[in-house]
Design a protein around this ligand. Structure first.
Ligand SMILES: [Zn+2]
Length: 291
């Protein structure tokens, strides 16, 4: 089974956006606003060439985000000063799939880890897919729209999300899950914290379990060291989710793949598994600075 990590572009963000300075979200976001230092983060998506059909996990960023009127007028000053998008049309997921011999119009399954812009802006490439989203994420998206860091007006005429219901079937440390394939090798598990309805995808293949974590942490080091990114909605919930991930890694060899980790591609290729002997288990240590 081929698994691809597709880089859909880079975003320049504030340092404090990646490494939040406090437990409270408002303080983390304020700290990010005031920070004057930027760093680049990648925006990865994943594609599983499964025998039952191609499965896409997150849709990535689009080049349209570089256009001045892409963002809602009221929010424009924020987006202009806080982010810089390095996305070219050839980086978009649709073009990258074509290059690998996959017509995005034939993709039937897209799984959203969550609805933030950098995971959903590329959805318009998939007019014929079921877009699997968690019930809580769907409710938050409908209620908050652009205040959920999401721009559904760019794609809601083209794709309609399919809201899933988790079942009480345990996988690793996760007590609920949703089966994606008949083969029983791809599962969605709830991983709330970064957003209220954030979810992750687990794939059993090649003698390991690939964990497609979206933004459960921005990178693997942040998981080990309990670093909370500024946009995370609920840091306590995010840390509890990370504990579940680490407990799962103690039960099975887990390859941890997240959206904004430059090491994602290498880790996928080498099947680098999470260590289960680090200080994060069983209780996480405190973030660097707690308010
Ligand atoms: Zn993200």
């Amino acid at each position: 089974m081929k698994i691809h990590a597709l880089l859909t572009g880079l975003i320049s963000v504030k340092n404090a956006y990646v490494e939040g300075i406090a437990r409270m979200r408002a303080l983390r976001l304020a700290g990010s606003l005031l920070d004057s230092h930027f760093r680049l983060i990648p925006v990865y998506t994943w594609v599983i060439e499964h025998p039952e059909g191609v499965i896409v996990i997150d849709a990535g960023e689009t080049a349209q985000a570089r256009e001045p009127d892409f963002f809602p007028a009221l929010q424009r000053p924020y987006w202009r000063t806080q982010f810089q998008f390095q996305v070219n049309p050839i980086d978009e997921i649709g073009v990258q799939l074509f290059r690998r011999g996959i017509d995005p119009k034939t993709v039937r399954t897209v799984i959203l880890t969550h609805a933030h812009f950098d995971h959903t802006d590329g959805l318009y490439h998939f007019p014929n897919a079921r877009v699997l989203i968690s019930p809580r994420e769907w409710r938050a998206l409908r209620r908050w729209r652009e205040w959920h860091f999401s721009f559904p007006e760019k794609w809601e005429q083209i794709v309609k999300p399919a809201v899933i219901q988790y079942r009480p079937e345990r996988i690793g440390a996760f007590s609920e899950s949703y089966p994606v394939t008949n083969a029983g090798d791809v599962w969605i598990v709830p991983t709330p914290g970064h957003t209220v309805g954030h979810q992750s995808v687990m794939l059993h293949a090649d003698g390991v379990t690939y964990f497609f974590g979206g933004d459960t942490s921005f990178d693997q080091d942040s998981l080990y060291h309990n670093v909370i990114d500024a946009p995370t909605l609920n840091s306590h919930q995010a840390l509890a989710t990370r504990r579940q991930i680490l407990e799962t890694a103690a039960q099975m060899p887990l390859v941890y793949l997240t959206t904004h980790d430059f090491e994602t591609e290498r880790r996928l290729e080498n099947r680098d598994v999470l260590r289960d002997d680090h200080p994060g288990l069983p209780m996480p240590s405190e973030p660097m600075f707690v308010v």
